[in-house]
Design a protein around this ligand. Sequence first.
Ligand code: MN
Length: 256
Amino acid sequence: MTGLAQFAAQLLAGEIEVVDLTSPLHAGTPILQLPPQWGQTQPFQLEEISRYDDRGPAWYWNNIRTGEHTGTHLDAPNHWVTGKDAEDVAQIPPGRLIGPAVVIDKVREATADPDYLLDVEDLEEWQAQHGELPAAGWLLFRTGWSSRGDDPASFANADENGAHTPGVTPAAAAYLAKTGLLGFGVETVGTDAGQAFGFSPAFPCHEAVLGAGKYGLTQLRNLDRLPVTGAVVIAAPLPIVNGSGSPARVLALVAR
Ligand code: MN
């Protein structure tokens, strides 16, 4: 049996499980809200064209309206000014949409402190235990934040000073940018912390990671079902020409 035939047989036998890391897309899917002086992304909307009725007797279909950065989505390098001459979302080579994934678990820390920031020493400690971050792979930041994903207010966790959600320090962002990773994936609305507008630089993960030609993945779920190492992730954004990102179906393959 060839490797691929064996893979297909293992999928069928349940020896390889497919774990869906995607949040459902609907009008209530949490979206990022920026301060009012800036342009705003739109929530996901379905607009019915026909539903087995006089507009189309045998068929049901919808138009959709959505921001590129709505729900579980991929940030392309050109989303940030530091990556403006790099790939748009349609230009990402398909081979870079599949890769190994490892998980850093900071649920305890992010539960105790919603503003928790992953730092360089966390990345070094993780690697001392589990080996180097995977070349052409994903680092997934598990915080437990997806448990708030059906409640936009709790997901944003905002007060008069803005959102309070976990992220990375500027030093950790710069560190990630120098690795061979494909990118960085999170459970929150974006790859930067809720307070990252006030960091120096602002939004350091976007600045460093996208600026290095890497990708972001957001609003992931079910990271608790992944092993620390050994999963393979398929992150499939739509090939929106000139797009800065796209909602994506993100699947993990896990050996059982
Ligand atoms: Mn985004």
